[in-house]
Design a protein around this ligand. Structure first.
Ligand code: PAF
Length: 283
């Protein structure tokens, strides 16, 4: 599998593909790949003839207190894993390839509609960094399809809106969250957890399922369900940022009594590790 640091070289590799009308899929990642990422590659393969993955730890989506410096970087293992899972090419650019004017001084893309909502409240500016780098990846790779995991649900909605509003001719495909047998959502950040924390972290998924059951029972208000979920998480040693029930299509507040087309989302710290997960309540 060829690995490209330059978008120009990747473009030359993809040129014959496009001339022959073959579809190109992009799987954008920040590396430190695990089975969840490889499931995105497998899904991409179903939608396209050529699958390109990107590995780029994007500095503009990390806040000053985030884990940019210590974010796990494993380029050789990532390339080997992608090759073993049938990926056709890897784009692994350096920061100056993606940000020719420097990461701090480039154009920023802001997708409205989520200001102050859930992740944006806790990580202001994060989605501007995501929208900016994803726009750049779309422009450089020019895929027909791009695949994103549902674990980062708010990110998925931001990218869908970005693609529609900037008229990218790209189909956005979302992939179900890959989970450990315990229910813990697979994430590169899980490797910050020690063995005990890793076991305990599955409680987030357990809590989401409980929120789902409570909504389906229809007995109490959403606010009460959210408060109970946060209390349960605190009891187990988590520091929750939120446990929320929202409309699945736009993360708005549900109408009173609404029980369909909803999603439960949790973000919580366990020790120094911040974990997020969600569950579509109709599933
Ligand atoms: O989900 C991620 O890994 C990142 O946010 C993405 C989409 C690759 C942008 O850097």
């Amino acid at each position: 599998m060829p690995v490209f640091a330059s978008a120009r070289d990747l473009g030359a590799f993809l040129a014959p593909t496009r001339t022959h009308g073959r579809r190109v899929a992009l799987v954008p990642t920040m590396g430190n790949l695990h089975a969840g990422h490889f499931s995105l590659v497998a899904l991409a393969r179903k939608h396209a003839d050529i699958v390109v993955a990107s590995v780029f730890v994007n500095p503009t989506q990390f806040g000053p207190k985030d884990d940019f410096a210590r974010y796990p970087r494993t380029p050789e293992a990532d390339a080997a894993g992608l090759a073993a899972h049938g990926c056709d090419a890897l784009f692994m650019p350096a920061v100056d390839e993606m940000y020719p004017f420097g990461a701090a001084d480039g154009v920023r893309v802001h997708v409205p509609g989520f200001d102050g909502v859930l992740e944006d409240r806790v990580r202001p500016g994060h989605f501007d960094g995501v929208a900016t780098v994803v726009s750049k990846l779309f422009n450089l790779v020019r895929p027909d399809v791009a695949v994103f995991g549902r674990k980062d649900y708010q990110q998925l909605l931001v990218i869908r809106r970005l693609a529609v509003d900037l008229a990218y001719p790209i189909e956005i495909v979302d992939a179900p969250t890959a989970r450990e047998p315990s229910g813990l959502a697979m994430s590169s950040r899980n490797q910050y957890l020690d063995a005990g924390q890793r076991e305990g972290a599955a409680f987030i998924h357990d809590t989401l399922r409980r929120m789902q059951a409570e909504v389906h029972k229809g007995a109490v208000s959403h606010a009460a369900i959210e408060a109970e979920a946060e209390a349960r998480l605190r009891d187990k040693g988590f520091e929750p940022d939120y446990a929320a029930i929202r409309r699945a299509d736009d993360l708005g507040l549900p109408a009173a009594g609404q029980s369909r087309a909803l999603i439960a989302l949790i973000a919580a710290r366990l020790g120094s590790t911040r974990l997020i997960d969600n569950l579509l309540l109709d599933e």
